[in-house]
Write a protein of this length. Structure first.
Length: 215
């Protein structure tokens, strides 16, 4: 990871921590249940990971899981934001290696993390490696965003198909447009909750939700 990318990501979280005091995480329950299309009891006694978790505590709501891993390249740096008080275990990862056993996870989430990676293909390969065959994988991916220091890659629908969809069974997917300042997940929540299809994607900034089982 380059110094520029590292600095940009850590500065973002430092700014949020200063503004909020304590980084809130209560919104993750609804977000992850909508993304997964599952009820809370689906995760009973499962080993769950969140790749690119950030420091908010994305899995704090999932008390019924057997084990929870927040996986992030900045896991050690997040201690300054209080992650040592969280119930999930934070694991420092690189884009090339997630320090978990092959097929260790029953479930993997990745929310707005793929375009943060410099080596996207390596990150995706590692994500698939640590999930057991038949395990559940849930992705929220920002589409067609211009590169930035913290998000150096632009991901397209074609990339999602080639890199992720082609490796999953029982795939469900939806794409929504969004604009800065709007709730970018609103249309996708409606799709998840009542089946309402989002408006046709116009190809300029969007979010793709993908869910399925590892083949």
């Amino acid at each position: 990871m380059t110094d520029t990318k590292y600095t940009a990501e850590l500065e973002y979280w430092s700014d949020r921590f200063k503004a909020e005091g304590t980084l809130a995480n209560s919104h993750y329950r609804d977000l992850m249940l909508s993304l997964s299309g599952k009820s809370p009891d689906f995760f009973d006694n499962l080993i769950v990971g969140d790749f690119g978790s950030g420091p908010r505590g994305s899995l704090e709501w999932m008390d019924n899981a057997k084990q929870r891993y927040c996986i992030d390249v900045l896991a050690e740096e997040y201690r300054q934001f209080g992650v040592d008080t969280h119930k999930a275990k934070y694991i420092r990862s690189t884009e090339q290696t997630i320090p978990l056993q092959t097929s260790e996870l029953d479930v993997l989430f990745s929310v707005n993390a793929i375009d943060h990676a410099e080596d996207v293909q390596a990150m995706i390969n590692e994500s698939f490696r640590v999930v057991k065959p038949g395990g559940s994988m849930f992705f929220s991916i920002n589409l067609d965003e211009p590169p930035s220091p913290a998000e150096p890659n632009t991901i397209t629908r074609q990339d999602c198909q080639a890199w992720i969809v082609s490796r999953l069974d029982d795939v469900e997917t939806a794409i929504s447009n969004w604009k800065k300042g709007e709730d970018k997940y609103l249309a996708l929540r409606k799709w998840a909750n009542d089946g309402t299809e989002p408006p046709e994607y116009n190809g300029t900034w969007g979010v793709c939700w993908l869910r399925g089982r590892k083949r």
